[in-house]
Design a protein around this ligand. Structure first.
Ligand SMILES: [Zn+2]
Ligand SMILES: [Zn+2]
Length: 111
């Protein structure tokens, strides 16, 4: 189980410290690009429907809320806020070199 022990933010990034001591940081724009909602991502194939070129480079999160102890939701500055980011999912999309190594074998698309 991936559970955050601490969640912080600044103007552009979300910082998560996990209970196992791992630290992740996410640009809000990156979180928006990886929004898991049905409008942004195909429910069945997991493929991204969202055109990332339409996302403003200075996109931020205006508000974050914890959903039922298992996920985070964001109100992005483009008005979108439908995505429920399960902690497991957030940990999965962590971009740090350690996670990158561990997850590369599970990735489906290598463009
Ligand atoms: Zn979405
Ligand atoms: Zn990581």
């Amino acid at each position: 189980m991936s559970v955050p022990s601490e969640i912080e933010k600044d103007a552009h990034k979300l910082y998560v410290t996990w209970q196992d001591g791992h630290k992740s940081e996410y640009l809000f724009r990156y979180l928006r690009e990886n929004c898991p909602c049905a409008m942004c991502r195909d429910e069945f194939t997991g493929e991204r429907i969202l055109d990332v070129a339409t996302i403003a480079s200075d996109l931020v999160s205006q508000r974050e809320s914890v959903v039922g102890h298992y996920a985070l939701a964001f109100s992005f500055s483009d008005g979108h806020g439908a995505g429920i980011y399960a902690f497991e999912y957030l940990r999965e999309i962590c971009l740090c070199p350690i996670c990158d190594l561990n997850s590369s074998k599970n990735r489906t698309s290598h463009a």
